[in-house]
Design a protein around this ligand. Structure first.
Ligand code: ZN
Length: 186
């Protein structure tokens, strides 16, 4: 796996392809067409590489940043940034990734998913519209490990989820708090 999917929500996982976005030098995970293709495959949105080329990566990054700006404003209870909303809406109006039935044998029939990067981005934009404009917007959180900046939906019971992923961020914060408590000079 080249990419991480801690959120269980593709549009928000996609935002996480710019890691540690408030650092002086954030980590860009969509640094090649191959990495963009890999994201859609690893996310389970397509079965075959969408074939990123030309300006696809610029569009993907533009949409990603628009999604981040919109969900962040929504999370903070602020007015949504109009330019970012326009970008999300333009992509959401396009044809999303297609599905088809593959196989006639009842024991082998399965769903095949496929499309271009544009269609992949349309799927992510539509999901963003549903989240930000729907009731789940109230569940938008940002990971409590300050450096992380991953946004997720807290669908946990009681809504006390603090981390994008316990395996990574939760354990790292706990380990550093433990080290602080047990420093010899503390
Ligand atoms: Zn995190």
């Amino acid at each position: 796996m080249n990419h991480a999917f801690p959120c269980g929500t593709p549009a928000l996982d996609f935002v996480g392809t710019l890691r540690a976005r408030r650092n002086a030098a954030p980590l860009e995970k969509l640094d090649s067409d191959a990495m963009l293709d890999a994201w859609f495959i690893e996310a389970g949105l397509v079965d075959e590489a969408p074939g990123a080329a030309g300006s696809d990566r610029d569009s993907a990054i533009e949409l990603r940043e628009a999604i981040y700006d919109v969900v962040t404003a929504r999370r903070l209870g602020e007015n949504l940034p109009a330019h970012a909303v326009d970008i999300v809406n333009v992509h959401a109006a396009e044809v999303p990734i297609g599905v088809r039935l593959d196989g006639l044998d009842p024991t082998a029939v399965r769903v095949r998913r496929g499309g271009t990067i544009r269609q992949g981005l349309a799927a992510l934009a539509r999901q963003t519209v549903e989240i930000v404009g729907g009731e789940e917007a109230a569940l938008l959180r940002e990971c409590a490990r300050p450096e992380c900046t991953q946004v997720y939906l807290d669908r946990s019971r009681g809504h006390r989820r603090e981390w994008c992923a316990m395996k990574t961020c939760g354990n790292r914060v706990k380990a550093s708090k433990f080290r602080e408590r047990h420093r010899p000079d503390a």
